[in-house]
Design a protein around this ligand. Sequence first.
Ligand SMILES: Nc1ncnc2c1ncn2[C@@H]1O[C@H](COP(=O)(O)OP(=O)(O)OP(=O)(O)O)[C@@H](O)[C@H]1O
Ligand SMILES: [Mg+2]
Length: 317
Amino acid sequence: MSTQPMIEVDHLTKYYGDFPAISDVTFNVAKGEVLGFLGPNAAGKTTTMRVITGFLPPSQGTVRVAGYDVVADSLEVRRLVGYMPETVPLYTDMTVKDYLAFMGTIRGMSRKAIERRKSEVTEVCHLEQYYGSLIGKLSKGFRQRVGIAQAILHEPEVLVLDEPTIGIDPIQVVETRQLIKSLGGQHTVIVSTHILPEVSMICERVIIIHEGEIVTVDKPENLAARLEATEHINMEVRGPTAAVVNVLRSVPGVQDVSFSPQADLKARYALVGRRGEDLREALAKAVVEHGWGLVELAAVSMTLEQIFLRLTTAEEA
Ligand SMILES: Nc1ncnc2c1ncn2[C@@H]1O[C@H](COP(=O)(O)OP(=O)(O)OP(=O)(O)O)[C@@H](O)[C@H]1O
Ligand SMILES: [Mg+2]
């Protein structure tokens, strides 16, 4: 058994003119793995995917798929890779059935293989009821599924899906995520998104990319744990705001306090403290000792979105 990674991205840099959209990006994807590609707008996700799928040549570095170089062996790579681009070029005046047949033909599939795969992918992507419908009449979510269906049509070993859940309703998002997850194992999958919870749901490993560089690579569950370096506490206190802030700031372990005034001399305070120290008792004591009213005190766990922001802005801190 070979343990060669299915995808090897090695010191990849891609320039548009003078602008490096991605710089010195290196990572591997194991066979059967579902890898999440997470980053804000303009991070370089689509650019990286286009190089991996052979649609754009690297400026520097190499990319191999199953050992094939994306430039030198581009035909092999295209055979091995199914790609769902950010905007799927769907033909709105074709039926789903005809579109799939058309995509099979331009990929050089035999007529027999097309017949078999057309119905298989229709089933996998739950498109049965729209098989004979014009693509132009499908809702966005079902068009996304047609995009996935065409990507898996030629039975590629690798699937590259660029923001497959963008712009679809929450129910279809759930179904599409399940579909992608179910494609792992048999396929090696790279899926991009800028939604952090999404990668925790579908991916085994996440690469966070920001401004063209890899910020971190980890399992989704480790990411959350690793990043919770601070503890967040919300309080509501009745008392003179400036004095309350001073006292809260003086509690050992408190790193930052911000507040927003409420009615009746009350204010809400958001505190940031060091990880691993439960500051709640000390905070409660400090407030009560000054004779102020402690209306509320609660630890808040950081949302995944906050974790993401922290990661991608960590360099500036
Ligand atoms: N064809 C192009 N010509 C010039 N610059 C480009 C081109 N395509 C992308 N860029 C630039 O490269 C950078 C990376 O873009 P890319 O589309 O890869 O980001 P992305 O992570 O996919 O973003 P999004 O989440 O918005 O899809 C951006 O600054 C973008 O403006
Ligand atoms: Mg993109």
